[in-house]
Design a protein around this ligand. Structure first.
Ligand SMILES: [Zn+2]
Length: 418
């Protein structure tokens, strides 16, 4: 049998196991602060596969000098990163990291879901659940690509590492922690759900928190009061104008064809405590995108200045400036040199499996690739197809998961055996 036929058979033979593995991953509510359970499960799974494993909590002090270090939001105790590595007997090829994040964003109101977000459910060849697409499916593909090659007794000539990290969705510090601890390689692949495209650039991202104060009162004296929520809206409107402004500027080369590359999302708003009391404090949080090549610290300054300038035009806000904080992401953008072996071998692997030429993706959000980039490790994302990540009814297309598993297996073999 050809390599392709043997691989197809190995993936088929392991398919039920891969689905069960993905369902199990999806049954963990691994939101921010709740990552330990799934990480322990993964470490044990890797041990059973004879990986040499390690897990440890992020040490924020050790990584705080990296340019992509994010500002932590909660303590790192009992929220481990995990790595499993396997070195071949004849280690004369190239080493590879297959990375995935296991943190997921909140499921939101259950009433918007047609299935239980943490009871992964298969319907019409799709698996539904929070995090199934972003990106527990990719993690399943990483592990089952390795399993398939082992089942085939396919010899590898380079070390393979499986890394699973926390905080991809908020700081990116999980990825930095493993790299800082010395878990590096000749290249890295992250199977984020790119719909079978190779990520060649991505925007930078910062997180912003604004706290607006007012003067409280019972509604009957509302004319003497200042409503913090109504004032917060003024600042939100100013940010809306900022969004229009940044998108009206000349676009970055990689995003030329994108109608609206830089997004600002008001993700959270909280204020007031009683229906008939005027709110005295309102806080909102926003996510702001910026182009590769810009320094997130400069964008933070620009945003702060923009907000203060808007406040200075307002009778109340000019004397009562809001508190402006930056937290979480301080993520630089990313651009990939596509003239490298990583791109070439991955594109060839995609073609072997799908018969088609791969497309490139300029991504208007961020991923952990920037951490590897900072360490000088060639890296990209390539992963499955599905829909509604960060939204209700998130799902992965299961044929696509199978294709992704197969492409990654090809890629491992062709990369490690160079
Ligand atoms: Zn993701």
């Amino acid at each position: 049998m050809s390599f392709d036929e043997r691989l197809e058979k190995a993936i088929d033979d392991l398919w039920d196991e891969e689905l069960l593995f993905l369902k199990t991953l999806g049954s963990f509510d691994s939101t921010l602060g709740n990552e330990k359970g799934v990480q322990q499960f993964i470490e044990n799974y890797l041990k059973d596969m004879d990986f040499e494993t390690a897990s440890f909590d992020v040490n924020n002090d050790e990584i705080s000098n990296y340019k992509n270090h994010g500002i932590p939001v909660i303590d790192y105790k009992d929220r481990p990163v995990v790595v499993g590595s396997k070195k071949p007997e004849i280690n004369d090829g190239k080493s590879l990291i297959l990375q995935a994040h296991i943190d997921v964003v909140d499921a939101g109101p259950k009433s918007h879901w047609e299935t239980e977000p943490y009871i992964p459910t298969v319907k019409d060849n799709k698996m539904y659940g929070r995090g199934i697409l972003d990106m527990k499916g990719g993690l399943a593909a990483n592990i089952f690509a390795v399993k398939a090659l082992e089942k085939m007794n396919e010899p590898l000539h380079g070390e393979v590492q499986i890394q699973t990290v926390i905080e991809e969705e908020v700081t990116g510090n999980g990825a930095l922690a493993l790299l800082q601890a010395g878990y590096t390689a000749d290249a890295a692949l992250i199977p984020e759900p790119t719909q079978h495209r190779i990520l060649t650039s991505q925007v930078g991202v910062i997180y912003l928190r604004v706290t607006v104060r007012g003067v409280g009162a019972h509604v009957e004296k509302a004319d003497e009061a200042v409503n913090a929520t109504m004032n917060a809206f003024k600042i939100i409107e100013a940010l809306e104008k900022y969004r229009e402004f940044i998108n009206s500027q000349e676009k970055h080369e990689a995003f030329k064809h994108h109608p609206h590359p830089l997004n600002i999302n008001i993700g959270k708003i909280q204020g007031g405590d009683w229906t008939s009391s005027v709110p005295v404090e309102t806080t909102f949080e926003a996510r702001i995108g910026c182009y590769p090549g810009t320094d997130p610290a400069d964008i933070q300054k620009e945003v702060r200045d923009w907000i203060i300038e808007a406040c200075e035009k307002d009778e109340w806000l000019k004397d009562n400036l809001p508190e402006i904080e930056f937290f979480g992401f301080k993520a630089h953008g990313f651009e990939m040199d596509i003239e490298n072996d990583l791109y070439r071998i991955l594109a060839e692997s995609h073609k072997e499996v799908t018969g088609e030429k791969v497309e490139n993706l300029s991504f208007t959000a961020t991923t952990d690739v920037r951490a590897f980039d900072e360490f000088g490790i060639p890296v990209t994302c390539y992963g499955p197809l599905g829909n509604y990540m960060h939204a209700p009814n998130e799902y992965i297309d299961l044929d696509s998961l199978r294709y992704t598993t197969k492409v990654i297996a090809y890629f491992i073999k062709n990369w490690c055996n160079q």
